[in-house]
Design a protein. Structure first.
Length: 304
């Protein structure tokens, strides 16, 4: 029982309202920018492959939507995303943005390739939409008195962190399920980098210019493979210790950078660092440079 009480106390520990609000702002801003950049594949399906196989919540469809409707939903998602980021009418814009983003990504994934790198972002948006993430640093809270730290600001941050850790555990389990412990000898990773580069060169896609040189060196791949598995599996344990969580997050960021350099595959959300913001006192970002002035301009003096 003492262990359960300790877990409960840690899970429900108080956190600053500004921290949760900053995670909302960062996640919302990233999502709006990300979806805007990906507009050609998120909003227009007139040139999409003819195979429509609905997944996720889009499974309710038996046929593609009229071409104008996905574009209209996409625009509505961006509008809700802007309100989400600024904390404007968050009671409505929060759930609206999370649900619309879930729909847009599900519909996009129904046209061929599944973009698993969107899943973590969507999960984070859903958690933020379901809690009091606009109690401060928001248009809704403009002019209100500062909000004290409370339990209701702590558990969403820890849930977001736990979802991040579990996402990497799933990735590790998938590796082991496909390759078994042979993943650890490094040859699987080395061969996959070589295969990925060769396939992309054959189909005229963007391939990493470093891959042909990297695969000629054998010795680093065993260490990199083991390190990857360790980082992906230990997240649910180390995220409760701030110093270990920092090492874990930096290690995973470096892992994603390595994937980008070796295979030209980008995971924008983790690479931006926003995916790990819930682990740290990210509210201190508002003390940097012009961000304090931006905060006052957007959310008023009370939030400062």
């Amino acid at each position: 029982m003492s262990v359960l009480r300790a877990i409960d106390a840690r899970w429900l520990a108080k956190a600053p309202a500004e921290r949760l609000a900053t995670v909302r702002f960062l996640s919302g801003a990233f999502a709006v920018c990300y979806f805007t950049i990906r507009a050609p594949v998120m909003a227009d399906f007139r040139r999409a492959p003819g195979v429509f196989s609905p997944v996720g919540i889009a499974s309710v469809l038996s046929a593609p939507l009229p071409s104008w409707l996905p574009f209209a939903i996409y625009l509505a998602m961006l509008a809700a995303g802007a309100a989400f980021t600024l904390g404007a009418r968050f009671r409505f814009s929060g759930p609206a943005f999370a649900l619309l983003a879930l729909w847009v990504t599900s519909y996009r994934n129904s046209w061929g390739m599944l973009f698993h790198n969107d899943n973590l972002l969507i999960l984070h948006l859903i958690v933020l939409a379901a809690c009091d993430a606009a109690a401060t640093l928001s248009v809704d809270a403009r002019g209100r008195a500062p909000v004290a730290a409370a339990e209701r600001f702590g558990w969403p941050l820890r849930l977001i962190s736990l979802l991040t850790a579990l996402a990497y555990v799933v990735a590790a389990v998938a590796k082991l399920k496909v390759t078994g412990l042979s993943w650890a000898d490094g040859e699987v990773l080395r061969n996959y980098i070589a295969y990925d580069a060769l396939r992309k060169l054959q189909i005229g896609s963007i391939a990493s210019p470093l891959a042909p040189y990297l695969v000629q060196v054998e010795w680093p791949f065993a260490a990199l493979s083991v390190m990857t598995l360790v980082l992906e599996l230990v997240g649910p344990v180390v995220l409760w210790q701030p110093r270990l969580a920092l090492i874990w997050a930096v290690g995973l960021w470096a892992f994603h950078l390595g994937v980008l350099l070796s295979m030209a595959i980008a995971f924008p959300y983790p690479l931006s660092g926003v995916a790990f913001a819930s682990l740290f006192p990210c509210e201190r970002l508002w003390q940097l440079g012009h961000l304090g002035a931006l905060r006052r301009r957007l959310f008023g003096a009370a939030a400062a």
